[in-house]
Ligand binder design. Structure first.
Ligand code: SF4
Length: 196
């Protein structure tokens, strides 16, 4: 049986499993609907998230909120977590040993929430979920099936803020997410009708 989210959160509260515990301000566990149909997975907390103890609350978070509307989603409907729960100093890339130490929490979160769709934001989340070395540029814009999940890799919103030429691609990918959600809901309704 899946662990309740609050129990997983309690395990992370004073986590010292990697060196990021020495430089973080707060553990950024994740936020949102504990029964979300769509779970977003980012990379790691940034400065604002480290201070506010919540993922995606800086500029990238505001941009993400505006994109969600294109998929017909509200922020309170989804769940958002990161691969790493603590901020890497100067926002450097996560290190392999940090990912190894921290991702059991993410796996437990995914099991607990049991979403149908995982949206992986950027290289690190996509590589972890799809177990691939391929980069986000070649993987985004397509739905991948892994286990019982539909996985949609999308550029990290921070990358699109840095490089505005990515904005149309981001918007298309969030519209694709909206169509994927509608398709999964239709399939669920059909299964329900057949079982009735
Ligand atoms: S990044 Fe993860 S493993 Fe490392 S200290 Fe934070 S919660 Fe623990």
């Amino acid at each position: 049986m899946a662990q309740p989210l609050d129990d997983i959160r309690a395990e992370t509260t004073d986590c010292r499993l990697c060196a990021l515990s020495e430089t973080r301000t707060n553990v950024v566990f994740g936020v949102g609907n504990p029964h979300a149909e769509v779970m977003f997975i980012g990379e790691a907390p940034g400065k604002n998230e480290d201070l506010g103890a919540e993922p995606f609350i800086g500029a990238a978070g505001q941009y993400l909120n505006s994109l969600l509307a294109l998929a017909g989603l509200k922020r309170e409907e989804i769940y958002i977590a990161n691969v790493l729960k603590c901020r890497p100093p100067e926002n450097r890339d996560p290190r392999p040993e940090e990912i190894e130490a921290c991702t059991p929490y993410l796996r437990a979160q995914v099991r607990s929430i049991a979403p149908e769709i995982l949206v992986t934001l950027g290289n690190f989340a996509t590589r972890f979920i799809l177990k691939t070395d391929r980069g986000i540029t070649g993987l985004r814009g397509q739905v991948h099936i892994t286990g019982r999940f539909s996985v949609l890799p999308i550029f990290h919103p921070a990358a699109a803020i840095y490089d505005r030429s990515k904005e149309p691609v981001m918007e298309n990918d969030f519209r694709l997410l909206g169509r994927l959600i509608a398709q999964r809901r239709r399939e669920r309704a059909e299964r329900g009708a057949q079982g009735a």
